[in-house]
Design a protein around this ligand. Structure first.
Ligand code: FES
Ligand SMILES: [Fe+2]
Length: 389
């Protein structure tokens, strides 16, 4: 049985005034663009089902274009997805009493069991703006009267660049989306990756932690541009040896590349509404983009896209092939799986609202606080239980 979603107690919120909205946003933020599927997963005339920030949504491709509707009939609230009925390619009909809606606008255009009803043409089921870019389907989860910002404001810089070829895959992870963001951006957690096969495969250097000095984190907050926190790892203090009572017990890996290209991650940045970009990862000249999209308060959609600048279709194809033959097994399933394991463990603690105050962060966790505060300042609304209907 689904557990009831609750508001965070005011008493807790008062204790974190600089990141109050972030603590409230267990279901994510409203009025932002989120990736929900890969384009290749929704073929012509197919209908995809998903839950985004707790809202159940259906997406259909009609003549190549995607349309998204709330998966809940206006009449008595049942989900269309329980028994999908589409009598024409541009409409969907509720299986219960035949209320029929247009995919394009959500307008109630017919009622099969009551064709003369005055309700016809007067109301509509909620429809969501949809965009496809770089092989990814994005939905704008927002209020009907909200002025929809361009997608470019809600993805990391570089993602939409014309010469950036991208290929990726997705997972569903049983943890809150905020736990995903913080695990990805955490400068100290590289410690868990020391056993990853990626280190040998790429002859990478891998320290056991990065400590960003206070004040060295850059905030990107220009109006009309993506909002993010930028940590240039390569310029911060990297730890290569771990000691217990004075004795070295674990060492990082130092490699250098013959071609002089960076042999280690140079920077990580975390952007609204919850997407990480890692530069020179999983190898020099690549950029990893990863989203932690709220499904519900205990689950997120984990989308990983690896990008590389290319100058021809042949190079783009080579990048796609490299993704499946090399990065998918070695990096996504051999490196990021370690992150997933950590998030599952974090979730057992952070699923309680109070845990966010019981944690004991240290100096090196400063970038995480910078992220929470930025999310508090730049979100366009908090998704609340009352939005779920
Ligand atoms: S509940 Fe959908 S038509 Fe009645
Ligand atoms: Fe990681």
């Amino acid at each position: 049985m689904e557990s009831p979603i609750t508001f965070v107690e005011d008493e807790l919120l008062r204790k974190v005034p600089s990141w109050r909205d972030y603590l409230s946003a267990k279901l994510g933020f409203r009025n932002h663009w989120y990736p929900v599927k890969l384009s290749r997963e929704i073929g012509e005339a197919q209908i995809a089902q998903m839950t985004l920030c707790g809202e159940k949504i259906l997406i259909k491709r009609v003549d190549g274009k995607l349309f998204a509707l709330r998966d809940q009939c206006l009449h008595r609230g049942v989900p269309f997805s329980q028994k999908l009925e589409c009598y024409t390619k541009t409409t969907i009909t509720c299986w219960y009493h035949g209320f029929t809606y247009k995919w394009e606008s959500g307008e109630l255009c017919d009622i099969l069991a009551s064709p003369d009803s005055k309700a016809i043409g007067r109301r509509g089921v909620k429809s969501y703006p949809v965009e496809e870019a770089k092989g990814v389907v994005f939905v704008f989860l927002g209020d009907d009267d909200f002025d929809v910002p361009p997608l470019a404001e809600d993805v990391p810089p570089m993602f939409l660049d014309e010469d950036m070829a991208l290929e990726g895959d997705s997972y569903v992870v049983e943890s809150n989306w905020r736990v995903g963001c913080e695990n990805g951006f955490d400068g100290l957690h590289v410690y868990i990756h020391r056993t990853s096969p990626l280190v040998n495969d790429t002859q990478r250097s891998l320290p056991i932690g990065h400590t960003a000095e206070s004040g060295k984190i850059e905030l990107r907050e220009a109006p009309g541009e993506p909002k993010g926190v930028y940590d240039s790892f390569a310029h911060h203090h990297s730890l290569w040896e771990g000691r217990v009572e004075g004795d070295v017990v674990v060492k990082g890996v130092r490699n250098s590349r013959a071609d002089g290209a960076p042999s280690r991650t140079t920077a990580a940045s975390l952007w609204m509404p919850g997407v990480l970009r890692v530069d020179d990862f999983p190898d020099a000249g690549r950029h990893q983009f990863e989203w932690y999209v709220p499904i519900d308060e205990n689950t997120h959609y984990y989308l990983i896209m690896i990008g590389k600048r290319v100058s021809s279709p042949e190079e783009a194809l080579a990048h796609e092939q490299e993704f499946w033959s090399r990065w998918k097994p070695v990096s996504l399933d051999g490196f990021n799986n370690q992150d997933v394991e950590a998030r599952l463990a974090l979730q057992s603690f952070y699923k309680r609202d109070r845990a966010w105050l019981e944690e004991m962060l240290i100096e090196g966790d400063y970038p995480i606080i910078a992220w929470r505060e930025l999310a508090h300042r730049h979100n366009r609304g908090v998704q609340c239980p009352e939005h779920l209907g």
